[in-house]
Design a protein around this ligand. Structure first.
Ligand code: SF4
Ligand code: SF4
Length: 151
């Protein structure tokens, strides 16, 4: 029986991945750009359908990627070492799944070869969000959603 070659995300640790492999774990959903609310009492995190003002909602990409962590202090740079620290990462996030020892879902671009499947599977935020700059903070609670979650 011929040896089967494991894909890199199964064969390598996150620390062993090169830059291109690391970047390709991102499915481009932009769920991490959704604004979140944290319950002071329980620490539970709730996603809203309000999205960062710097997101290009059609492309699900940041309009100022180079300066994002300066423009938005809570926008983080994920690394193999810190992924698991961010408990608020959505439960569909490729980085989170691999860091937790899970496999990638069947709609992930690394499986299908196209980003279209992220949209088709309803994982991308395109068409489901509004910019946070249009909603005052004291109304954010009214915009909590269940289609994205970190649980
Ligand atoms: S939630 Fe994870 S997979 Fe989705 S865009 Fe953010 S980093 Fe990429
Ligand atoms: S600055 Fe860019 S990457 Fe960061 S949350 Fe906003 S849109 Fe997303």
């Amino acid at each position: 029986m011929a040896d089967t070659v494991k894909p890199f995300w199964k064969a390598k640790s996150m620390q062993e991945m090169d830059k291109q492999e690391w970047e390709s774990l991102c499915d481009g959903c932009a769920r991490c750009c959704l604004e979140k609310l944290e319950c002071e009492d329980t620490g539970d995190v709730y996603f809203t359908h309000l999205v960062c003002r710097y997101l290009d909602q059609e492309k699900c990409s940041c309009t100022d990627y180079q300066n994002r962590t300066v423009l938005v202090p809570h926008c983080v740079q994920l690394t193999p070492e810190n992924v698991l620290e961010y408990k608020w990462l959505p439960n569909t996030c490729g980085y989170r799944l691999i860091a937790e020892g899970k496999d990638l879902p069947d709609w992930h671009p690394l499986i299908t070869g196209t980003h279209d499947t992220v949209l088709e599977a309803g994982i991308a935020v395109t068409g489901k969000v509004i910019s946070e700059e249009n909603v005052p903070f004291d109304e954010w609670e009214e915009h909590i959603i269940t289609w994205a979650s970190c649980d």
